[in-house]
Design a protein around this ligand. Structure first.
Ligand code: ASP
Length: 343
């Protein structure tokens, strides 16, 4: 009898401690997003275009926040948020992805769970409607972290991720951007007798537009997600920073969640997202100081254009960028804030 009472007490205590640990705190729930950085200025924007971007960014913020408000996980929130932007032709992810040099849409995406440090990513996929969902499937349903091309698509199909015909991703705007760069490429090659490096032409496109989300849920867990079509005119098989864990995407409850956008080659070499987390972890920097150190100093010295969104466990958001503009926003206490330009 005494023994059973002892076990009952133990059981109740364990239950109580468990409850205390998982008691949700809705005061800190936060979500931040970006819709790409680059040459985004008032001069090359129309009022209609700006209105459309702002509306879609707000919709994405509200969608993810609704998940968090209901006690949903930061992973569910970032995935739902990214879906809104992947499904919109305004952004360079999913529908509206940029074109490769060969006139194809090849997409990359990654997701990371700050609680477990589990991560999943896909690269160079051409038939997955929402690449972020395939990345999550890799994280949760495989023993791997990254899958590419046909293999990633086979895996996605096996796990019920929606596939579409590659023509689904076509948008006239993006196709015209490719034509413009190709024309410029031709002129440059004509001018210098064919010795010009492709790198210049590639950078001149400046058609970033990747999407990203970072979230903090009521249970204090961080998550990060990034999805992109890459860069206009990219060459066959090119993979950017977005699906590279630690470069374009990273999350760790002990530091922060980061999603990047910009010229991927530089972001990979500067290991941007992990560097920000490391400055917080090893040097005790605030999320703002760490993100600015990497984006406004290290990347600038390096010559890498772009920006990041970063979020810590207390709901502090940093969104530095070294380009002319960055589509971005965050939502706390139910109020979405959206910005585009530097000022
Ligand atoms: N970072 C992406 C890439 O290089 C491009 C972007 O952010 O728009 O693939």
């Amino acid at each position: 009898m005494k023994k059973s009472l002892y076990f009952l007490c133990l059981f109740l205590l364990a239950g109580f401690t468990g409850l205390a640990q998982t008691k949700p705190d809705y005061n800190k729930i936060t979500l931040a997003i970006h819709g790409g950085a680059g040459t985004i200025t008032r001069a090359n924007m129309t009022p209609e275009k700006e209105k459309a971007y702002r509306a879609k960014l707000e919709e994405a913020l509200k969608t993810g926040y609704a998940v968090l408000e209901k006690g949903g996980s930061s992973l569910d929130a970032v995935e739902a948020t990214i879906h809104v932007m992947e499904d919109s032709p305004l952004f360079n992810a999913g529908k509206g992805a940029v074109f490769t040099n060969e006139g194809k849409n090849e997409m990359d995406a990654a997701i990371m769970d700050g609680k477990t440090l589990n991560a999943g990513s896909v690269a160079s996929v051409t038939t997955i409607k929402n690449p972020i969902t395939a990345a999550r499937a890799v994280m949760e349903k495989s023993e791997h972290v990254m899958m590419i091309g046909d293999g990633a698509e086979k895996f996605a199909k096996l796990h019920g991720v929606e596939l579409v015909d590659p023509s689904y991703f076509y948008t006239e705007t993006r196709f015209n951007q490719l034509q413009q760069i190709r024309d410029k490429e031709k002129t440059q090659l004509d001018h210098d007798g064919g010795t010009s490096s492709n790198e210049n032409i590639f950078v001149e496109g400046k058609k970033f537009g990747t999407v990203g989300a970072v979230a903090l849920d009521a249970y204090g867990n961080l998550a990060a997600a990034t999805s992109t079509g890459g860069m206009t005119n990219k060459r066959y098989g090119r993979v950017g920073d977005a699906p590279i864990i630690g470069a374009g995407t990273y999350a760790d409850n002990n530091s922060c969640a980061v999603s990047a956008t910009g010229h991927g080659e530089y972001f990979i070499r500067a290991v941007v997202a992990h560097d920000i987390a490391s400055l917080m972890k090893y040097k005790g920097y605030s999320v703002k100081k760490a993100a600015e150190e990497v984006v406004l100093r290290k990347l600038v010295d390096f010559g890498g254009e772009g920006g990041v969104i970063a979020l810590d466990r207390n709901g502090n958001v940093a969104m530095p960028f070294n380009s002319a503009g960055m589509y971005r926003g965050y939502i706390k206490n139910g109020k979405p804030q959206v910005s585009i330009y530097k000022d």
